[in-house]
Design a protein around this ligand. Structure first.
Ligand SMILES: NC(=O)c1ccc[n+]([C@@H]2O[C@H](COP(=O)([O-])OP(=O)(O)OC[C@H]3O[C@@H](n4cnc5c(N)ncnc54)[C@H](O)[C@@H]3O)[C@@H](O)[C@H]2O)c1
Length: 347
């Protein structure tokens, strides 16, 4: 089913305000979730709203953000998110990173004690929309073993880099560092299919093609083997370790309703024009895009896409067609609305 963006926007804001989230903050959380569903990254869209609200109700996410600036100079800042909603803390941290870049050419903001912030591209794109390059990293609770390990010690920590372009939308890489999403393993099991050997390992840490082995005590594997593991480890250092926050096994799952999560973020903005004139940057982008887009295609390929391009195409389509939503997500949201005394969502 498809739901009009305005309808779901209003509905989500009402639900969040019902659990005492201030309107301005509810609107930020809603926009990040909406952007995920419009881009068809449904794993990080309104499907997550019930768990966020449950965590707010249990006091695991504070309902009003109260950021403490612990350290600051013209190019960097360290923020304590005080367990506020990840979307709001990250949004405000990115605003600060952009402000610093505007003043000093570069702005690095490290954040500790935040929460799950949804799609990483939302924040890197804030910089790209202002002629700047944005680099955003977050850690998450551990999901993957080390190479040769058989215990979860590292998150599939997402990284996004967004670069402005005059050749269309910004070029935005937005990726988790596991080879695949857990949802895809569940999907393979449902369809009775085997999975590629590099998707996951069994409980003993050994490669498997049986989705059941990954689901029952096994683990997702890092993208690109040791290289992805190395990137995920460095992401953990740039977020949790660098901010003096939590990392690896210190971070409980967001589905553990009895513990605060304490997620850390890294937000870096580069003001291009303070390094090279924008004309030079944009003429380089134009040339690079032309090399890539006009390169010889493999047999059977009609079009070559840039990172983020497919998601932008989906977003444009869905802004017209409405936000695509699974029956189950629709049902769960309406159950939540009933419990909170908010008018239900209708198609
Ligand atoms: N907040 C968190 O804790 C957390 C954790 C994990 C993932 N996430 C989010 O989950 C989302 C999904 O991550 P993912 O790794 O599954 O993404 P993905 O594998 O769908 O895409 C990764 C990247 O590859 C690009 N891409 C895909 N197909 C392409 C093609 N044919 N040509 C060129 N580029 C292509 C995409 O544009 C994207 O930039 C992201 O938004 C990420 O930020 C968030």
């Amino acid at each position: 089913m498809n739901i009009s963006p305005d309808k779901i926007r209003h509905f989500s804001n009402q639900l969040l305000m019902k659990v005492d989230v201030p309107q301005e903050e509810a609107e930020i959380i809603t926009e990040v979730l909406l952007e995920a569903d419009l881009r068809e990254i449904h794993s990080h869209g309104f499907l997550r709203l019930p768990i966020y609200i449950e965590r707010i109700q249990k006091g695991m996410i504070t309902n009003k953000v109260d950021i403490n600036v612990e350290q600051e100079n013209p190019v960097l800042a360290l923020l304590d998110g005080n367990y506020g909603a990840g979307q709001v803390v990250a949004y405000k941290a990115m605003e600060k990173s952009i402000e610093k870049a505007e003043e000093s050419g570069i702005g690095l903001v490290a954040v500790k004690n935040s929460n799950h912030f949804g799609i990483t591209a939302y924040y890197s794109l804030m910089a790209a929309k202002k002629d700047k390059i944005g680099i955003v990293i977050s850690n998450v609770s551990p999901l993957m073993p080390a190479i040769g390990g058989a215990e979860k010690v590292i998150g599939n920590n997402p990284i996004s880099i967004a670069a402005p372009s005059t050749e269309g939308d910004p070029i935005v890489l937005d990726m988790a560092l596991s080879n695949t999403a857990f949802g895809k393993v569940l999907f393979a099991k449902e369809k009775n299919q085997s999975i590629p050997e590099d998707w996951g390992v069994d409980a003993k840490g050994l490669p498997t093609t049986d989705p059941d082995d990954v689901i029952n005590g096994g683990f997702l594997s890092p993208v690109g083997g040791p290289k992805g593991f190395g990137l995920a480890l460095m992401a953990e250092i740039l977020t949790g370790v660098l901010s003096g926050g939590h990392f690896s096994k210190m971070i409980p799952s967001m589905y553990d309703l009895n513990q605060k999560q304490s997620i850390s973020h890294f937000m870096l903005t580069i003001d291009i024009k303070q390094l090279v004139p924008l004309e030079i940057y944009y003429s380089g982008i134009k040339q690079l895009v032309s090399y890539i887009k006009n390169s010889k295609k493999a047999a059977g390929t009609d079009q070559i896409y840039l990172p983020g391009e497919i998601e932008f195409l989906k977003e444009k389509k869905n802004l017209e067609a409405g936000v695509p939503m699974e029956e189950q997500t629709f049902h769960n949201l309406n159950e939540l609305a009933k419990n909170l005394g908010v008018e239900g969502l209708n198609v």
